[in-house]
Design a protein around this ligand. Structure first.
Ligand code: 13P
Length: 288
């Protein structure tokens, strides 16, 4: 099956109130773990590759492998650029065949964020690629997932601004700041479910929750019931994969086969993704 568009997996999620996991992959083992999990239950997933990981991925070769692997899969899969933060990175992703890209200009003032997003939307749509933007700012650093992160309520998404932003930019999906952070939370996460519901009432496009790791099953279920449709999840795959590798190193006296380390990492990622697919309520897509 071809790699599909963001719209193909998120349109039914919006109308039927469920969510699709967008799982970040930072090497081949993570990619296999995510895709194998989706295949084993016949549910769609979004495969996220973040621009911050391009330098460690040998990106052109990695995307050749990923597109080939995804196009031979029986389940619908989206290949999505996560946190595109440079014009060049986003153009590269479009050139390599991502079906969807995120522009993260959320640290800029509203007008600059809107202008940059509009520019990327025009280019990406001309190439048949969908665009996610972020309004408000989800805290925490991409690429530094082990440090505890603090929520900044001042940066939460304003629903009135969000309506104007979507109209002005023509963006396909919107990442919203409602109390999540990337990486590890400092204290218990407190999500603003009322804000999600207000955004869902005013907007018809898919709403995206970044910083999935560390939220409880109840948090996810409330967020999805309130209107979240795409949930980004990375640290919760990375940590079990690293722990699994450390476990093999300890039990095999430090000299295991490299393939044994890969298998342990894949299995840990697969297991974590399967749990999240169930929690997010992801449904099989009709017609695929
Ligand atoms: P976590 O690492 O907190 O799951 O966040 C992932 C994310 O939002 C990627 O964009």
């Amino acid at each position: 099956m071809a790699v599909v568009s963001l719209e193909a997996v998120l349109k039914p999620a919006v109308s039927q109130r469920w969510a699709v996991g967008a799982f970040n992959v930072a090497n081949h083992d993570m990619a296999e773990g995510v895709i194998q999990a989706a295949e084993s239950v016949g549910r769609p997933v979004i495969v996220n590759v973040a621009e911050v990981h391009f330098p460690v991925l040998e990106i052109e070769e990695f995307i050749h492998y990923l597109r080939d692997r995804m196009s031979r899969s029986p389940v619908p899969l989206v290949l999505h650029l996560d946190h595109g933060n440079s014009f060049d990175g986003i153009m590269q992703a479009i050139h390599y065949g991502f079906s969807s890209v995120m522009l993260d200009a959320s640290k800029l003032a509203y007008a600059d964020n809107a202008a940059k997003t509009r520019e990327i939307v025009r280019i990406a749509h001309a190439a048949g690629v969908s665009v996610e933007a972020e309004l408000g700012h989800v805290g925490g650093l991409e690429g530094d997932r082990r440090a505890a992160q603090v929520v900044d309520e001042k940066a939460f998404t304003n629903p009135d601004e969000a309506v104007r932003f979507v109209e002005k930019t023509g963006v396909d999906a919107l990442a919203v700041a409602v109390g999540t952070v990337h990486g590890i939370y400092q204290g218990e996460p407190q999500l603003d479910f009322g804000r999600i519901a207000a955004l869902r009432e005013r907007l018809s496009i898919p709403l995206v929750l970044h910083g999935g790791t560390g939220l409880s099953r109840r948090d996810f279920q409330h967020a999805v019931a309130a209107g979240i449709n795409k949930i980004n999840f990375y640290t919760g795959l990375y940590s079990p994969a690293v722990q699994a590798i450390q476990g093999v190193l300890e039990t095999e006296n430090g000299y295991p086969e490299l393939g044994t380390l890969s298998q342990a990492a894949r299995k840990a990622v697969r297991q974590a993704v399967l749990e999240q697919i169930e929690v997010f309520g992801t449904q099989a897509l009709k017609g695929y």
